[in-house]
Write a protein that binds this ligand. Structure first.
Ligand SMILES: NC(=O)c1ccc[n+]([C@@H]2O[C@H](COP(=O)([O-])OP(=O)(O)OC[C@H]3O[C@@H](n4cnc5c(N)ncnc54)[C@H](OP(=O)(O)O)[C@@H]3O)[C@@H](O)[C@H]2O)c1
Length: 283
């Protein structure tokens, strides 16, 4: 077992799917885990499971609904008070919506979890990450799909709900923000990655409307879906320093994904960052 002592990782999505599989790998390596998750029972169950992998595992958890800016901010304040530095930040919390649902703060739910609070967490914890030796931010997402960001109608209030469009929108925001971080902090040797796991057998596909549910469970699952453990292999290698890709957008084979040119455009990046800040301020 490869032991990486005294390294800390903040991770979301650790209670299920790909995030959980990554957490298990980091547990084997002796990382200190700081977990943001919404379900107290699942956090307890996860802790038990991790102790069976590594009886020395240390876990600090914060119960937080990551669709809510207020709750996420409260957890971030506590984390910033408690820690001077954080080595790694892993974003894996996310969802794919099957209908438009707004949070109590008025944000489209999948945008809130899959982009907005990721952005909020990164902006808040970046100074701590930059103080570490590792300086690594890793997002599990779906880069490279070139969706449209509807700056004037992010929450799909005035357009027909299309799950694909909603998903492409938050993924485009993630791509642009990843690219921005990589460019802006290159002189500080920040390592940023946005990872596409491909089709993975997790609960994210449950609850999709027919016929997508049938396609996923009946056809994709037996023939194309990988296990979360398989999907966590490349992330674990990158995080533990066993593999350094030549670019920031990476697939499950460790190969680079090409994103459209606009992703690297500074003006566009600033528009996306302003959008995130404006929505956060409005909540
Ligand atoms: N699976 C795939 O085929 C696939 C493909 C491409 C990209 N991805 C991306 O990979 C990431 C991880 O997905 P997955 O497949 O591992 O999904 P998953 O098994 O459904 O896990 C999602 C995780 O996000 C957490 N989460 C969701 N909403 C939350 C909220 N409001 N507050 C706090 N935590 C919340 C869940 O918490 P609970 O445990 O409490 O439910 C769970 O831990 C997502 O961003 C997804 O878009 C997945």
């Amino acid at each position: 077992m490869n032991t990486i002592k005294n390294k800390s990782v903040v991770i979301t999505g650790a209670t299920n799917g790909i995030g959980k599989a990554i957490t298990k790998e980091l547990t084997k390596c002796g990382y200190y885990l700081i977990i943001l998750a919404r379900n107290e029972e699942k956090i307890k169950g996860l802790h038990k499971e991790l102790l069976s992998i590594n009886p020395q595992v240390e876990l600090d958890s914060y119960q937080v609904d990551l669709s809510l800016v207020k709750e996420t901010n409260e957890a971030l304040i506590k984390i910033k008070e408690k820690y001077d530095k954080i080595d790694v930040l892993v974003h894996s919390a996310g969802l794919i919506p099957n209908k438009i649902e707004k949070t109590s703060e008025g944000v489209e739910q999948s945008f809130a979890v899959s982009y907005l609070t990721r952005f909020l967490i990164t902006e808040n914890l970046l100074p701590l990450v930059l103080k570490s030796g590792t300086k690594l931010i890793f997002s599990v997402a779906s880069p490279g799909h070139n969706g449209t960001i509807h700056f004037e109608d992010v929450h799909f209030d005035h357009r027909k709900f299309m799950p694909v469009e909603v998903v492409k929108q938050f993924n485009k925001c993630n791509d642009v923000y990843t690219s921005y971080l990589s460019q802006k902090f290159s002189s500080e040797a920040l390592n940023v990655y946005c990872y596409d796991p491909g089709l993975v057998d997790t609960s994210i596909h449950l609850g999709w409307p027919f016929p997508f549910s049938l396609l996923m469970r009946g056809i994709a699952k037996p023939f194309f879906m990988k296990t979360p453990a398989k999907a966590a292999e490349i992330p674990a290698k990158i995080i533990t320093g066993g593999f350094k890709p030549d670019g920031i957008f990476v697939n499950s084979k460790g190969k680079l994904i090409k994103c459209p040119e606009i992703t690297g455009n500074r003006e566009y990046q600033e528009r996306v960052i302003d959008l995130g800040n404006e929505i956060i301020e409005s909540t």
